[in-house]
Every structure is written in structure tokens, then in C-alpha cells.
Design a protein around this ligand. Structure first.
Ligand SMILES: Cc1ncc(C[n+]2csc(CCOP(=O)(O)OP(=O)(O)O)c2C)c(N)n1
Ligand SMILES: [Mg+2]
Length: 331
């Protein structure tokens, strides 16, 4: 295996590093299981896996506080787990069961948790970006110092509504971190074929929004960039753009012929940059954890994921009457 680039003197405790390892592994194993259930026909419709991108949400969640908000796209299971939503409820929603976060009526792309301040789960590319600014506007109006994370992709970053949102967010100095998860592809279209400038983080310049790019395969780099972005927003200085350079290992969705890139390209990133392997090596080489400790974490994670799959299979399908609920708010 090729040598990995590791941060020389990481400013991180053994506990924090182990937590990162565990949280990223939970997302990866959860997504692998979701892929299996999809293959078995237990998950229907669309399903977009987050495998490869785990360091983005785990790194950014590290500095969040109670009441901070997050909103994202259809590639959303990792965000849910990272903000502490229950894997059972997420998996049951994927299988369309009553025990799911939307009582089985939302599926992969439409889950929400008021408790964890997770506002979806949105299938329309770019549409969650103005909604994220709206969440931040609510906090500004209420006069608290909460921050909203609005996640979207490199493809979405080419949409007009993103720039309308940048304008208003800057004008109103909204506490929103725009997180561009640049995995270099929008479905089968590479960034090179679709995007005039490779540095998406500079696109806030016209609105006076500061931005920076960060290595999204390095959870510590993401954590640190996130801390800076959050501090900026919490201090009332307005929005911030983080372009997180990442990579998805699986197809765009479960039905992706994967003809737009080579297996070798994917393999190379996996071997040289994988965010979980990076942390594993840091833990072992820095003697922050033993092989046995890591095995225990792997076992714990596997247990949580397989319990979530059991829960999702055993939970009943929603009753017919559920068709008439959750349409309007009860006044
Ligand atoms: C308005 C709109 N146009 C097109 C689509 C179809 N579509 C779904 S995902 C996607 C690609 C988006 O890529 P990106 O923003 O880079 O996010 P990623 O899938 O890489 O996470 C497209 C074109 C859609 N869902 N909504
Ligand atoms: Mg993309």
C-alpha cells in the first residue's frame, strides 16, 4: 500500500481521534449495509451513498454546539448520523417502515429531526441552499448566536439560486457556513467538464464572503477549518464558504453505470487518501490506540449497524391511514 501523508504533529487528543475514527466508521459501515439492503430489494427508489466523504461531516460536527443547524442534499445519511440521529430510525426510513424518521413516507432523501436540528434531506439540487440561509435568518432574527451548516455539491455550486443566496446572506450578515462538498463529480459529469474555475471557494468574493478550501479526506484539517468558519459566523461577521475537497467511492446513486471514471482512479484515492485509514494509522503509529482497541470499536460499530438493519426489517410498513397525516400542520 502506498505511503500515506499524515499530519506531522496533530493537535488532537487520543480520545478525540478515536471518536473521529468511530464516527467515520459508523457512517461507512451504515452505508455499506444500506447498499446491501438496496441490493436485496429492501430499499426502493433512490439511494445516494456517502462512502469516501465521511471526514467532511465528522470534522465539521466536531465544533458544533447545541442549537446549531444543518441542512443538506440527497446524499444525507452521513449528516444524520454525524449529528447524532438514531441509526435505527434512519435505516427504517430507508426501508420505508413505520419506525423511520418520516414514518416510512420520506425515504432516503427526506428525513428530518427537530431534536437534532437536522432540516433534511433535499432531492432538488441547489434548493436547500436558500433554505439554509432561511434557517440562519431565523436565528439572526431571534438574536441568538447559532450557526447553520448548508451543505451542497460542486454541481449545485453552478446554480443561480446559490448566488442569489450568497447575495442575501452577505447583505443580511447571516450566520451560515456554506459547505461545498466538492467530490469532483456531479452525477457523471466531472468538474473539469462543467466548471470554469476549479476554485469554487473564491466565488463568494463578489459578495464579500470569505472562503477557503480544505482537504476533505483529512478529518483534522476539516475540523480546524470548521472551527474558523463557525467562529466567524458566531461572532456575527456573516456567512463563510468552505470548499471541502473530497471524493465519493461509490456511484452517484445505486443505479450508476460508472462509465465516466476509471476503477484505477477510485482505487488510487482509496489507497492513498482514505479518511478512515488515515486516522487508523495515526492512532496506531502515535500509539494512541492498540489494534485490540480498534477491533473493539469496529465490533461496537458493526453491532449498531446490524441492529439498525434488524430494526428496519422488523418495523412494519406504515398503515394506510398514514397517507393522510403529516400533510398540514395541525393548528
Ligand atoms: C434541479 C435539479 N436538477 C437536476 C437534478 C438531477 N441531479 C441529481 S444529483 C445531480 C448532481 C449534483 O451533483 P453535486 O452537486 O456535485 O452533488 P453530489 O451528487 O456529487 O453529492 C443532478 C444533476 C436534480 N435532482 N435537481
Ligand atoms: Mg459532486
Amino acid at each position: 500500500m502506498a505511503a500515506r501523508k499524515t499530519t506531522k504533529k496533530p493537535n488532537v487528543s487520543a480520545e478525540e481521534l478515536k471518536q473521529f475514527y468511530r464516527d467515520m466508521l459508523l457512517i461507512r459501515r451504515f452505508e455499506e449495509k444500506a447498499g446491501q439492503l438496496y441490493g436485496m430489494g429492501l430499499i426502493g427508489g433512490f439511494c445516494h451513498l456517502y462512502i469516501g466523504q465521511e471526514a467532511v461531516v465528522v470534522g465539521l460536527e466536531a465544533n458544533t454546539e447545541e442549537g446549531d443547524k444543518r441542512i443538506t442534499t440527497y446524499r444525507d445519511h452521513g449528516h444524520m448520523l454525524a449529528c447524532g440521529m438514531n441509526p435505527d430510525g434512519v435505516m427504517a426510513e430507508l426501508t420505508g417502515r413505520e419506525g423511520g424518521y418520516s414514518r416510512g413516507k420520506g425515504g432516503s432523501m427526506h428525513m428530518f429531526s427537530r431534536e437534532k436540528h437536522f432540516y433534511g434531506g433535499h432531492g432538488i439540487v441547489g434548493a436547500n441552499v436558500p433554505l439554509g440561509a432561511g434557517l440562519a435568518l431565523a436565528d439572526k432574527y431571534l438574536g441568538n448566536d447559532r450557526v447553520t451548516f448548508t451543505y451542497f455539491g460542486d454541481g449545485a455550486a453552478n446554480q443561480g439560486q446559490v448566488y442569489e443566496t450568497f447575495n442575501m446572506a452577505a447583505l443580511w450578515e447571516l450566520p451560515v457556513v456554506f459547505v461545498i462538498e466538492n467530490n469532483h463529480y456531479a452525477m457523471g459529469t466531472s468538474q473539469k467538464r462543467s466548471t470554469s474555475s476549479p476554485d469554487i471557494y473564491t466565488r463568494g468574493a463578489a459578495f464579500g464572503i470569505p472562503g477557503e478550501a480544505v482537504d476533505g479526506m483529512d478529518v483534522l484539517a476539516v475540523r480546524d477549518a470548521g472551527a474558523k468558519a463557525i467562529a466567524h459566523c458566531r461572532a456575527g461577521k456573516g456567512p463563510y464558504i468552505l470548499e471541502v475537497k473530497t471524493y465519493r467511492y461509490r456511484g452517484h446513486s445505486m443505479s450508476d453505470p460508472a462509465k465516466y471514471r476509471t476503477r484505477e482512479e477510485v482505487q488510487k484515492v482509496r489507497e492513498e487518501k482514505d479518511c478512515i485509514e488515515n486516522v487508523r494509522e495515526m492512532l496506531l503509529s502515535g500509539k494512541h490506540a492498540t489494534e485490540d482497541e480498534l477491533k473493539a470499536i469496529d465490533k461496537e460499530v458493526k453491532g449498531i449497524v446490524s441492529a439498525s438493519a434488524d430494526f428496519a426489517k422488523e418495523s412494519p410498513e406504515p398503515a394506510l391511514e398514514e397517507l393522510w397525516t403529516d400533510i398540514y400542520v395541525d393548528a
